[in-house]
Design a protein around this ligand. Structure first.
Ligand SMILES: [Zn+2]
Length: 652
């Protein structure tokens, strides 16, 4: 799989003339070279439904007069650039007005995407309709007629649908469309049948060709869905609604699946379809480096102008980032992450709803800002290589998980659990031994935590905990790490105090954080709290707990909180590659985070625990030898001043 890809969107209205009129093989090639691009995903079919090649299975765009797809493939291949081919699967707007009965409907008959046919926008098809065969023929035609390097099918996934095809099918089965469980099964089967149909359409003609079905998010815990793809493309445009937190969470999970994957960002200031929008080159440098640091290849989203003229400003921008990627690639191939901590994803554990999403996002922030080496895992991962497993906020423990975690603990592993995590599903007792007994949901919200330890940045106090809490009681052998304090009363009509919540009554109301044989338990949804409020005490409380449990932290560094560090092993080269990154997204405009400044960092030090003696330490890609000290299985070094991204290679 190539490192430096472009995803060249080309959703082009039939109301525009002169499609491809300025396409030039030479200009297309020049732009790919300017951008240091080695793979470009080009369009066979767009969301408007049009083909960009002569077609019997589809209709060519009415204002295209030549084989644009064929010309792009020829131009790219001539200079050694690969061409996976894109087909819009879920959206085909030209067909929606001809066959509105094939569109996804909700229980109130409402459409998906655009709300009606009076609003500009696309409408999504149900794959449990004759549309599936039409799409399969379009895919077959492209795979048969062109030298494609892969197939990318967009806007697909397990979809809720109450269209009349779905209702008729559920009734044929003797079931009822009001039975949600029966419908869920049907929706899963519809997606599986779609994926198998596409797989057959592609692989009967070209066995082994890469295929990816894009849902916009690879759902953690659904390995069955991930494995329908030959590789993963993690769509995650930081300024396009995903935010800068989504990619690390998604990537740390994808790498643990052992599939090849890429991180997909965009050149846009905001998101897809933003003609005339550009981010700062520094943002793209950081985003592409973040992919490399997480073991990923990269794809950058662009949209081609209807005339087929490639935008020089875009390819100069992409080139600034990809020139650096090109120099770094050889230290980033065939890597496995080295990690101390496994974050069991709340999404992967099947917890629905926002609390689970916040728990995962908050936990990733805590881990990134504390510079812990971590993977995001589901319940199927082997845990034996980790020292600590985090159960964030909402993960109650069933029999299967109990067996897995009990084995992990028996082998010396430790658990950090918060909120309802670690409890039996009915909340009656802890399934893991934290030296405490649960007494039920706390009546106070917010409440307070007074640690029995000092935080690293603040003197001790009663720190406000905003999220749901649990009342617990210490077992004789358990160790209390801090106390709960309740407020005088919850804020209510006749009992309120000051502008916000009521202060602590300063009475010890039992333990708030405990340690037992299984590890540490904190009695609030602290990860959700951090995702929503980002408060310093919550972070430092969790870092204290993690440091207590992690006897040997593989990487210690004085990188600032916003810095990111990962460690990737490259077994074929017998080396470890230590990645350090730094950029600070700031808010510009409403809800748009941008990266512009890449400050120089000085005197950044690292200490790495190594499994074998290190022969040499050097900076990559510069190749400069770095002085280092080695003692007691640890290697220490200080980096010369750097910005954005620096790799340090530990050669065994
Ligand atoms: Zn349907």
């Amino acid at each position: 799989m190539r490192f430096r890809q472009v995803h060249l969107d080309f959703h082009t209205s039939e109301a525009i003339e002169g499609i491809g009129s300025r396409f030039s093989k030479q200009q297309f090639q020049e732009m790919l070279q300017l951008g240091h691009v080695d793979s470009i995903t080009v369009f066979a079919k767009c969301h408007h439904g049009w083909a960009y090649h002569p077609s019997t299975a589809n209709e060519m765009h009415p204002h295209l007069s030549f084989d644009l797809l064929g010309a792009q493939i020829e131009a790219a291949h001539e200079i050694g650039v690969k061409t996976p081919v894109y087909l819009s699967a879920g959206l085909d707007e030209k067909l929606t007005r001809r066959h509105p009965e094939w569109l996804i409907r909700d229980p109130q008959e409402k459409l998906n995407w655009a709300p009606d046919f009076m609003t500009p926008g696309y409408h999504q098809f149900c794959m449990n309709t004759p549309y599936l065969d039409i799409l399969a023929n379009q895919v077959r035609e492209v795979v048969s007629n062109y030298d494609v390097d892969g197939i990318f099918l967009d806007i697909v996934g397990v979809r809720e649908c109450y269209c009349q095809s779905c209702v008729a099918e559920i009734r044929r089965r003797g079931e009822d469309s009001r039975d949600l469980d029966a419908m869920k099964l049907l929706w899963e089967e519809t997606f599986l049948r779609y994926a198998q149909t596409m797989d057959e359409a592609v692989h009967r003609i070209k066995p082994g060709l890469p295929v990816f079905h894009n849902s916009g998010h690879v759902k953690r815990g659904r390995r069955d869905l991930a494995k329908l793809n030959t590789h993963l493309e993690l769509e995650s445009l930081p300024t396009g609604g995903w935010g800068y937190d989504h990619f690390p969470l998604s990537a740390r999970y994808a790498q643990s699946l052992g599939m090849e994957f890429l991180g997909m960002t965009g050149k846009f200031h905001t998101s897809w379809g933003e003609f005339g929008g550009y981010k700062h080159p520094n943002a793209l440098k950081y985003e592409t480096a973040l992919s490399l640091a997480n073991g990923a290849r990269i794809s950058i989203g662009d949209q081609l102008h209807p005339t087929g003229w490639m935008d020089p400003a875009t390819y100069a921008l992409i080139g600034e980032a990809y020139r650096e990627v090109e120099a770094k690639e050889k230290w980033c191939r065939d890597v496995n992450s080295v990690a101390d901590v496994a974050l069991l994803s709340a999404e992967a554990a099947g917890e629905p709803g926002n609390t689970a999403q916040h728990a995962d996002a908050g936990a990733v922030r805590i881990l990134l800002e504390g510079h812990y080496l971590f993977d995001v895992v589901d319940t199927e991962n082997d845990l034996s290589s980790y020292s600590v497993v985090i159960l964030p906020d909402v993960i109650t423990v069933d029999e299967a998980l109990k067996t897995k975690l009990t084995t992990f603990i028996a082998n010396g592993g430790k658990i950090l659990a918060t909120g309802r995590s670690g409890l039996a599903p009915d909340g009656s007792h802890f399934e893991l031994d934290f030296g405490a007994k649960p007494l039920g949901d706390s009546a106070f919200k917010p409440s307070y935590f007074r640690p029995d330890f000092e935080l690293s940045s603040l003197r001790n106090a009663s720190f406000v905990m905003y999220t749901d809490g649990q009342d617990i009681e210490l077992q004789p052998y358990g160790m209390k790490l801090g106390s709960r304090e309740n407020s005088y009363f919850n804020r209510d009509l006749f009992t309120f105090c000051s502008h916000q919540h009521t202060p602590s009554n300063l009475q010890d109301a039992g333990p708030g954080m405990v340690e037992g044989p299984a590890g540490i338990y904190a009695a609030w949804n602290l990860f959700e709290d951090y995702a929503l409020k980002g408060s310093l005490p919550v972070k430092e409380i969790l870092h204290y707990a993690l440091d207590r449990l992690l006897i040997r932290k593989t990487v210690n560094t004085n990188l600032p909180a916003q810095g990111v560090t990962t460690l990737q092993a490259q077994p074929s080269e017998n080396r470890w590659v230590h990645h350090l990154l730094y950029a600070s997204p700031v808010r510009r405009g409403l809800n748009i985070e941008v990266i512009e400044d890449l400050p120089v960092l000085s005197d950044i030090e690292a200490t790495i625990s190594v499994p074998a003696p290190v022969r040499e330490v050097y900076l990559a890609p510069q190749g400069l030898k770095l002085p280092f000290r080695q003692e007691n299985g640890r290697v220490h070094y200080t980096l010369p001043p750097w910005s954005c991204h620096q790799m340090v290679v530990l050669q065994f």
